[in-house]
Design a binder for this molecule. Structure first.
Ligand SMILES: Nc1ncnc2c1ncn2[C@@H]1O[C@H](COP(=O)(O)OP(=O)(O)O)[C@@H](O)[C@H]1O
Ligand SMILES: [Mg+2]
Length: 228
């Protein structure tokens, strides 16, 4: 991101949520976005994910120019579907699809054959410790299991980057920690960049870098290196 800004609304009601943010995120990194409520974290992570359109600046993804005054690509939905994994605060599983279908829907939309998508889903769910839930409905899962399925889903399109907005907010301390440790393991083993919005100071030792968001300004936290 180069000098990325976001202003919602216009005139007297305009709110500038992100002010000239510049930073890079590299493959295999774990990055925390930390900051008080309303500071701009969701705006920032949804701009990284090409969901929210910036108001100014430049955005590159995999070295490709994606935004410069306007979107530089026609189909941002396709871009997201093919390149980015998302994990939300509540797992957002589709309630009327079973676990396997929730994990295979995006690869299928991307044109992956059902047989290959099923095989990959099984591998991912096994890897995440919920392989036996393959044919269960989301309503039959605990909070921690649902979030593991959501992580499997976020990985199903082999993304280079996974974006998670407070993924552990609905989980208790121990489960929250184990979900974060899983994300850390993923970044190490699969070279995926992981960006996580978190309020939880206890998670911070798990991250390679911390970006602090304060009143729309984004700055890198240098002190973390001394702890880790
Ligand atoms: N869709 C929107 N329309 C108008 N203002 C918004 C919108 N989304 C967020 N904001 C405002 O932008 C600021 C940052 O919000 P947000 O990015 O959600 O912060 P955080 O995720 O850190 O709580 C807040 O002042 C919020 O009210
Ligand atoms: Mg938010």
């Amino acid at each position: 991101m180069q000098n990325i800004s976001k202003t919602y609304g216009s005139g007297d009601s305009a709110v500038t949520a992100i002010k000239e943010a510049s930073f890079e995120i590299y493959a295999g990194e774990t990055v925390a976005l930390l900051g008080p409520s309303g500071s701009g974290k969701t705006t920032l992570i949804t701009m990284i994910g090409c969901i929210t359109e910036p108001s100014g600046g430049k955005l590159h993804l995999n070295e490709k120019l994606i935004y410069d005054t306007k979107w530089q690509i026609k189909d941002t939905r396709r871009l997201r579907r093919e390149n980015i994994g998302f994990i939300f605060q509540s797992h957002n599983l589709i309630p009327f699809l079973n676990v396997r279908e929730n994990v295979t829907i995006v690869p299928q939309m991307n044109g992956v054959a059902i047989k290959d998508a099923n095989k990959k889903a099984k591998e991912l769910l096994d890897y995440l410790g919920v392989g036996e839930k393959l044919e269960n409905m989301p309503s039959q899962l605990s909070g921690g299991q649902s979030q593991r399925v959501a992580i499997a889903r976020s990985l199903s399109n082999n993304p280079k980057i996974i974006l998670a907005d407070e993924p552990t907010a609905a989980l208790d301390g121990q489960r929250a920690l184990s979900v974060m440790q899983l994300l850390k393991k993923l970044s190490a083993e699969q070279g995926v960049a992981i960006v996580v919005v978190t309020h939880d100071e206890r998670m911070l030792p798990l991250f390679d870098r911390i970006l602090r968001v304060e009143d729309g300004f984004v700055k890198e936290d240098k002190e973390i290196k001394e702890f880790s």
